[in-house]
Design a protein around this ligand. Structure first.
Ligand SMILES: C[S@@+](CC[C@H](N)C(=O)[O-])C[C@H]1O[C@@H](n2cnc3c(N)ncnc32)[C@H](O)[C@@H]1O
Length: 249
């Protein structure tokens, strides 16, 4: 029987998941950044700042960053701002529509030569072994059908001594917050999606996919399993988000 994976709360054949995920991001691309602000009350900015602090790009040395599933470039732009003049970012994403929004944002910010946008699948990165000083992925890994394959690719393209940092939704670990968070996620977010993007269905998938993603300790074990060393994680905002780090040594 064909292997199956989660697509939100549904089980779908492994080979079908990516196409369904691509439909979601094609539908939301033009309003993606606005929806992030609305859905998270701007909190995604603080979570992404924590990721930038964990990466800590140097101010005075060359630094090559790969942002996997980087979509509209939001995380890459923050890392460029945190780094020095010699920081360069490559944003890769499987979705041409998300990348197109990112390219336009980069051009408008005068970052066309600093940030490169590449259409690529996280499971098969078109980059040489040991190419990057840091590899990041933010709110992307839960959408990838073969998570371990994507983690192994992130590890492969990191230089020895390079750091991988992953930001992803996790599981709320504060009892009073859990019910409120569920209500907000399953009712308010799809309704916002309907009003702002004209698409409640995609936002229902995004919420359901969060619930299906491995817990933080399990994800840390997956990172160790593909070779990352000194893996650590921290939960933020009562467990709504987890930040995992690991090194290629
Ligand atoms: C929630 S968005 C995150 C975008 C960005 N990192 C941010 O935080 O603003 C998830 C992104 O993952 C991308 N994605 C999904 N599956 C992918 C895959 N197999 N390889 C690369 N990107 C993928 C989607 O196209 C989408 O742009």
């Amino acid at each position: 029987m064909a292997e199956s994976v989660h697509f939100g709360s549904r089980e779908v054949p492994l080979a079908e998941k990516q196409g369904l995920v691509d439909d979601v991001f094609r539908s939301v691309a033009s309003r993606y950044d606005l929806m992030n602000d609305l859905m998270s009350f701007g909190l995604h900015r603080a979570w992404k700042s924590a990721l930038a602090t964990a990466v800590d790009p140097p101010k005075r040395a060359p630094f090559a960053l790969l942002e996997i599933a980087g979509g509209t470039g939001d995380v890459a732009f923050r890392l460029i701002a945190a780094g020095g003049e010699q920081t360069r970012a490559t944003v890769c994403d499987i979705n041409a529509e998300m990348l197109e929004v990112g390219r336009a944002r980069a051009a408008a910010a005068g970052l066309g030569d600093i940030v490169t946008f590449t259409e690529a699948n996280a499971e098969a990165l078109p980059f040489a072994d040991r190419s990057f000083d840091a590899v990041t992925i933010a709110f992307g890994i839960r959408n990838v059908p073969r998570i371990e394959q994507a983690l192994a690719e992130a590890h492969r393209v990191l230089k020895i001594g390079g750091k991988f940092v992953c930001l992803e939704f996790s599981a709320v670990d504060v009892p009073g917050l859990a019910g409120l968070y569920d209500f907000y996620s399953f009712n308010v977010i799809p309704a916002l999606g309907r009003v702002v993007v004209g698409d409640a269905h995609s936002y229902r998938y995004l919420v359901e996919s969060i619930r299906r993603f491995p817990k933080a300790a399990e994800f840390a074990a997956m990172m160790r399993g593909v070779g990352f060393a000194r893996v650590t994680h921290q939960l933020m905002t009562g467990g709504i988000v987890a930040l995992h780090s690991g090194w290629r040594l």
